[in-house]
Design a protein around this ligand. Sequence first.
Ligand code: PLP
Length: 392
Amino acid sequence: MKRVYLDYSATTPLSPDVLKEMTPYFTEHFGNANSMHAFGQEGAYAVDAARRKIADLLGVKPTEIYFTSGGTESDNWALKGGASAYGSKGKHIITSKIEHAAIISSCAQLEQEGYKVTYLPCDDKGIVRPEYLEEVIDDQTSVVSVMLANNEIGTIQPIKELCEIAHRHGAIFHTDAVQAIGSIPVDVNDLGVDMMSFSGHKFYGPKGIGVLYVKSGIKPDKLIAGGHQERTRRGGTTNVPSVVGISKALEDALANLDKNYKHIKELRDYFVEEVEKNIPHVVYNGDRVKRLPQNANFAFEFIEGESLLLTLDLNGIACSSGSACSSGSLEPSHVLLATGLPVEKAHGSIRFSFGKDTTKEDVDYVLDNLIKAVNKLRNMSPLYAEFIGGKK
Ligand code: PLP
């Protein structure tokens, strides 16, 4: 059976070139990068080089790059470390209703510790408009965190404007760029953000490694206490192979950004056009323009997203439903609900995310199976029968 992976926003395969650069650091250069001897210094040298490479690629200083265990840790550190370091200004944190669980859960913990958290709404396309922030920010606001691009519906947020508002009110600004880095151009300096999270496994690098960019002068409190790693800011023996891996993956992703963007967007646009042409009663969730190239998210009316996901899976096709088993919860997606999509449509939503290795043949295979699966499930759906009956 043919297998097609359209879940690149969940994770990407490790690039063979990245694996090749990482391999020696598992085996011959295995030293602890904090050890003084030559074995350790081989690791330390590789970590320094990787940090410099990432800094150069982003146009920032090596001392502004901190390695973490991934996007989740970077988000936790920025939010909790930022809130505790800057809490003396005020205990008001602002984020949005459409953030990843790493931010939403960190905020929930902060609320339990006595912080006030305001969750900004989004419009019906999933955009967090600057005026929403302007309305609620006050002189007690110490940290604002809004994601650069959403993981479910791919909307790209007006980060530069949001950041300017935060700064005008003396608050620091963090952005979760996990879905954006390697996929669209990101100019950290132009955005003006104080902290930015990203993660290796979203751009063909290894899992379990991420970065928190922290602008010079900004000092979030420590999240992970331990040894002297990361200039004493983040304890834990440095994951040298993965540090080497994320720097190589970022280098390759940025070198091929235009080519991959064009290829992925072309296939995604073709897919969206064909779905809308061939399947009635679908809602294309998110914004058509301010959107990541890899993301297509549809609500298929009258059916459950999970049933569709499993039917496609039986045909070798991998995609994701915002609610669902995949995320360990049967609640409808908080992102789709925030856009105002009714619960039943949110339940029928599926995300397809495309990658650099996706082909037109893959997309045609998915379209063919998707059209059949939607027809089959609708024919079994009492809601659809009622709808059709009502129209007769
Ligand atoms: N933030 C966003 C927007 C994500 O999409 C993800 C992963 O899906 C994360 C954070 C978490 O990153 P990680 O898997 O590296 O912990």
